[in-house]
Design a binder for this molecule. Structure first.
Ligand code: SF4
Length: 322
């Protein structure tokens, strides 16, 4: 069996955004706080959480599209937190949520997919470039007739295929898939997810797959991390997380997921959370989930829990778990 390689690793990663309030008062949105995680070569790590929980910011900070406030990012063991990213840009790509706004409407498909090939000087000749674009379009289920058309001439699913072809054009190793199917019809979502899985097998790609929809993430991920208000609160194997969620927030997320088995639906208890979600600029001193948590104890309001391994391979951040 080949030894697993940690392709991406982050330690204590923080990302704060400065916001200026009235009267010249400066405050910070704590978008990502002390996140520790790693992604092994060839695996998909799913990242879930509600809108605004910091998952997109985390993905972009790993790619250094946002500069980290604190902490470290490693790629193949090299600390890339403050390094020149040029040698890594080719290896680390992103697929965006909204294909329509991520594709330049004035460029043809051939220009969009060919642009990164030109930037990184990957084609030796014009014919080589043309062949590469044709090959990429065919990989994502489009054909060379589509090459001279513009993004608005395509459906949402086809536009996302163009976005995927653009990301693949530079032969990356790691791709942040930032809600890649959430803007698409449900009927198209599984086609795109299946295609991403096929690409992963063919090119040994590593994904950080971000979604607010835990059922989409489950399908594609080997492990899943759950985020709440900038914190990673639970991380486990995909099956283990579904079968045995530990953190109260994960339990509430999973209790809202429809399951096709009517008996299982009847026996499952929906976890309703009551309380207010704190503002990311004015966070409580202890556990960030304490205002909603049905189990909150005195210690939860005083100290923030760290991520700990509760059972082998299953981590959670909660004082009451042992
Ligand atoms: Fe709930 Fe306390 Fe655990 Fe936070 S640390 S999730 S408030 S029990």
């Amino acid at each position: 069996m080949s030894e697993s390689v940690r392709l991406v690793e982050v330690n204590g990663l923080k990302k704060y955004f400065r916001v200026k309030e009235s009267w010249g008062r400066v405050r910070y949105v704590h978008a990502v706080e002390n996140v520790p995680l790693y992604i092994e070569e060839g695996e998909t790590l799913g990242l879930v959480g509600e809108s605004g929980c910091g998952k997109t910011t985390l993905g972009r900070t790993i790619l250094r599209l946002h500069e980290p406030t604190e902490g470290h990012i490693f790629y193949r063991g090299n600390d890339i937190t403050h390094t020149n990213m040029l040698p890594y840009r080719r290896k680390m790509q992103i697929i965006f949520q909204d294909p329509a706004s991520s594709l330049n409407p004035r460029m043809t498909v051939s220009e969009i997919v060919g642009e990164p090939i030109d930037i990184h000087g990957l084609a030796k000749t014009k014919t080589d470039r043309k062949d590469r674009v044709a090959r990429l379009l065919s990989l994502v289920g489009l054909n060379s007739e589509h090459a001279n058309r513009y993004p608005h001439e395509f459906s949402g699913g086809q536009q996302q295929r163009i976005g995927i072809a653009r990301a693949l054009a530079v032969e990356p190793e790691f791709i942040v898939c930032d809600e890649p199917v959430s803007a698409l019809d449900v009927s198209i979502q599984s086609q795109i997810v299946n295609m991403l899985e096929d690409m992963q097998k063919e090119f040994r790609l590593t994904y950080l797959f971000i979604s607010h929809d835990i059922s989409v993430v489950r399908h594609i991920s080997r492990r899943i991390g759950v985020m709440y208000l900038g914190n990673l609160v639970e991380l486990a194997g995909s099956y283990e997380l579904y079968k045995n969620p530990l953190h109260p927030y994960t339990k509430s997320l999973l209790s809202a997921v429809p399951i096709p088995d009517p008996d299982a639906t009847r026996s499952r208890k929906r976890v309703i959370l009551n309380g207010e979600i704190p503002s990311p600029v004015d966070l409580p001193a202890g556990c960030r989930f304490s205002s909603l948590c049905p189990n909150a104890a005195e210690i939860c309001k005083k100290a923030a829990p760290d991520m700990r391994e509760i059972t082998p391979g299953h981590q959670a951040a909660c004082h009451l778990l042992s």
